[in-house]
Write a new protein. Sequence first.
Length: 265
Amino acid sequence: MNKPILVDTHSHLDFDRFDADRDAVIQRAREENIGAIMTIGIDYKSSLAAIKIAEDYASVYAAVGVHPHDAKSMTDEQFAELKEMLAHPKVVAIGEVGLDYHYDYSPRHVQRRVFRQFLELSLERQMPLIIHTRESDEDVQHIIQSRSKKGWRGVFHCFAGDKKMAHNVIDLGFLLSFTGNITFKKSTSAHVMADIPLDKIMIETDSPFMAPVPHRGKRNEPAFVKFVAEKVAETKNITYEEVANFTTQNAIDLFGLVIDKKDVL
């Protein structure tokens, strides 16, 4: 009997670390019953590349956006073209967007301006958001709360906040996505995840980063999302099947994914 179908809701398949074996990476995911993979844009160029990969593989969907690291480089022309990309049938979200104060590769005021642009675009086009936040949790929440209190849809990806933030984010209308960091011994994210209802959780790899135990330190890939699912099941003391059923349905509901069972083994 086949294992339940999973969805990797966040990966970066356009990165050059996959150039040598992208076909094999996607095939390995298929063999692990990964029914859909989201590949996420981080700037104009990678958003175009994400769409191309989604066109090439039936099980891959794309999100387009500008990561806060690259906010300083986004032009008005690029933003207009990103808006046009949202009409592509394989583009199902805006992202990843948000704020990152750890490195400050883009000035903070520029990050906030660009983030606000994408928030307004999300409401305008009724598209879900994929939000990145690092050492900027208060500002991200404040900017969202300062806008419309209705209609938010999306996910805080690779969630690493505390329980208070988690429940506030859920109250705003967002889901939380957990990645391989919940398998790390020193991570507190598994304890936060344990407190979150299954209907508010998705899982991801953020590949090629954040490889879960037992592959920590290696290149991550979508097939490894199964280890995230296993950790969710272990932490919540439920079955792998329950985790798969909830997290996959959550991804389908949020992003409008169509999963063809022919795309898994």
